[in-house]
Write a protein that binds this ligand. Structure first.
Ligand code: AP5
Length: 217
């Protein structure tokens, strides 16, 4: 089936990494560099909690314990901003997908987005550095040592398997995230520019959506 979209060359970048790996920090920089929208599932959830919405009241305890919020809530919450951003050049998603199930669910809805460059960026950072960063930040109830350790465990169990998923289906960029922020940004931007260039070279003028392009939102 041919898919059409308002922005057929929309860039869709997914940040994957453990808590504290720098997904938010780097997603901000990437969004500015490429003129696309930064969408952070954790920020949206924290906003709901701060505003006391129905979603916020439902997820507050889950987020504070470092557990994953149910997929249905996440998918509903992200649908609108993702579709809007896809129409205006693309987005960098930070914190989603977090499980293979979320990636597969996104695959099913991504058809409406049409053709677009799809790249996953993995930031690898050693555990002791993750813990150091998050305890220094102390953002809220989920940045205490016990919860941070639990979030890292949840990442290892539920999210790390995504790397195999993307390595098989998408372009996966591997980055050493345990370096100064600007160095990490530079490394990501250079690799993304190469990947976009390759993708443009390979794309014909009226390029059809491939299974890989449409694998995730
Ligand atoms: P979320 O907000 O996504 O938290 P996280 O994945 O645990 O990530 P963090 O925001 O803590 O870290 P980050 O990798 O973004 O690093 P950052 O740039 O901030 O999710 C929170 C919760 O929401 C989850 O636990 C879950 O409950 C729920 N949730 C969210 N998405 C969900 C989903 N899809 N499904 C189900 N549940 C979901 O940097 C961290 C710190 O390190 C900062 O202080 C920063 O300044 C510093 N830093 C960054 N880079 C560097 C560097 N290179 N060198 C030194 N310091 C650095």
């Amino acid at each position: 089936m041919t898919m059409q979209s308002a922005a057929p060359r929309a860039k869709r970048i997914l940040m994957v990494g453990a808590p504290g790996a720098g997904k938010g920090t780097q997603a901000d920089a990437i969004a500015k560099q490429f003129g696309i929208t930064h969408i952070a599932s954790g920020d949206l959830l924290r906003r709901h909690i701060a505003e006391g919405t129905t979603i916020g009241r439902t997820v507050e305890d889950i987020v504070n314990k470092g557990e994953l919020v149910p997929d249905s809530i996440i998918m509903d919450m992200l649908r609108k901003p993702v579709l809007a951003a896809a129409d205006t050049g693309g987005y960098v998603l930070d914190g989603f997908p977090r499980t293979v199930e979320q990636a597969e669910a996104a695959y099913r809805t991504a058809g409406s987005l049409g053709v677009g460059v799809q790249i996953a960026v993995h930031l690898e950072v050693p555990e002791d550095e993750l813990i150091r960063r998050l305890l220094a930040r102390a953002r809220g109830a989920d940045d205490t040592e016990d919860v941070v350790r639990h979030r890292i465990k949840v990442y290892e169990e539920k999210t790390r398997p995504l790397l195999d998923y993307y390595a098989q289906r998408e372009l996966l960029i591997q980055v050493n995230g345990a370096r100064p922020v600007a160095e990490v940004t530079w490394s990501i931007v250079v690799q993304l520019q190469r990947a976009f260039k390759r993708s443009n070279t390979h794309a014909s003028g009226a390029r059809q959506a491939t299974t890989q392009d449409r694998a995730v939102a």
